[in-house]
Design a protein. Structure first.
Length: 342
């Protein structure tokens, strides 16, 4: 039984995706008998509450200096470290490496030496990146087989689902913090244009700085829009959706596991390669919203077009199902880390 620390942050500017995908890994580590604690320098109140409610250890460090991390590891006698951060540089990683028996780096940038024993990157292009130079000798966990999916998604994938033709909801989610600010303008344009009997399920994070505006926008359409804040029902909401509109990130893998036809909205450069791959495979329609003033209009136009085309949505769903995502990625990653400790 090992003690594994997970170093990740969440904020309105940084988003919540790093913590959320680490939660999927933490669940798998706990299931194999390990103890897990999160270490953060920044975290949103809603995610801090979630960690506490789910019984995860949680330690707060001040700043990004390595000394606090090493002191904590020594005090707790930690065995392994998981690092999921765009902001912790190579000097920090080199400094903390001697404090652990094994280090796993969750990475999708490939822009710095990682000082890790394992590297995780589910991108279809991960094998083209220079990890032989950035993490020489490390085990490489690449591709869809290692997607980190939370247990609620895996459970939903095993449950019964309505045929697409019988589903009456569109799922709208731009991440926990929605840094591009797309939720409000899309709701205002899409809700009044929905066909009769349709619903829009809007998912928002409790620490989204625009949450009051999102609540107000949704409240204008009480018969069409259902707002879900910090939802613990994401598997159920995804499985019941006839179409999902989402930003890139971990949500895309979750929707693919459930074979939900998806309109993928690219809001950051690091999301583009995965979006291009999904489009090439026929898994998703894609809208590039980077720097586009009329992005909300484009998103709504494509959403309504897809919703009216059941044949296209069915084809997307069938192609996703044939992709072979089995929901066991977190289990594989946790087993790889455990193997380094035995």
């Amino acid at each position: 039984m090992a003690l594994i620390l997970i170093r990740a942050d969440a904020s309105p500017a940084k988003g919540t995706g790093h913590i959320m995908r680490c939660l999927a890994l933490a669940e798998a580590l706990r299931a194999q008998g390990d103890h897990v604690a999160f270490v953060t320098a920044e975290i949103t109140p809603s995610l801090a509450d979630r960690l506490a409610a789910d019984g995860w250890g949680h330690y707060i460090v001040t700043g990004d200096g390595p000394a606090a991390m090493l002191e904590l590891s020594n005090r707790l006698k930690a065995d392994a470290l998981v690092v999921d951060s765009y902001w912790l540089d190579t000097d920090w990683r080199a400094a903390v490496r001697p404090g652990f028996r094994a280090v796993l780096a969750l990475d999708d940038l490939a822009d710095r030496p990682l000082h890790a024993d394992l590297v995780w990157n589910p991108s279809p292009l991960a094998h083209t990146l220079p990890y032989d130079r950035l993490a020489p000798g490390a085990g490489l966990l690449f591709g869809d087989a290692y997607l980190l999916l939370r247990q609620e998604i895996a459970r939903a994938a095993l449950g019964p689902r309505l045929p697409l033709a019988d589903r009456d909801s569109i799922l709208l989610t731009f991440g926990g913090s929605d840094p591009a600010g797309l939720t409000v303008p899309v709701v205002k344009r899409l809700a009044p244009a929905l066909p009769a009997g349709m619903h829009l399920d809007v998912v928002a994070g409790g620490s989204n700085p625009a949450l009051d505006c999102i609540r107000a926008a949704c409240a204008r359409f009480p018969d069409q829009v259902r707002l879900h804040v910090d939802s613990r029902r994401m598997g159920e909401l995804m499985a019941g959706a006839g179409l999902a509109v989402t930003a890139g990130g971990g949500t895309v893998g979750e929707l693919a596991t459930l074979a939900v036809p998806t309109l993928l909205v690219v809001v950051a450069d690091n999301q583009a390669p995965a979006a291009d791959d999904a489009r090439a495979k026929g898994w998703a329609a894609v809208v590039d919203a980077r720097g586009h003033r009329m992005a909300a209009d484009s998103i709504v136009e494509r959403t309504l077009s897809l919703w009216s085309d059941l044949c296209t949505r069915t084809t997307l769903s069938h192609r996703i199902s044939a992709g072979g995502i089995d929901g066991r990625g977190a289990e594989r990653v946790s087993a790889a880390l455990r193997n380094l400790l035995t």
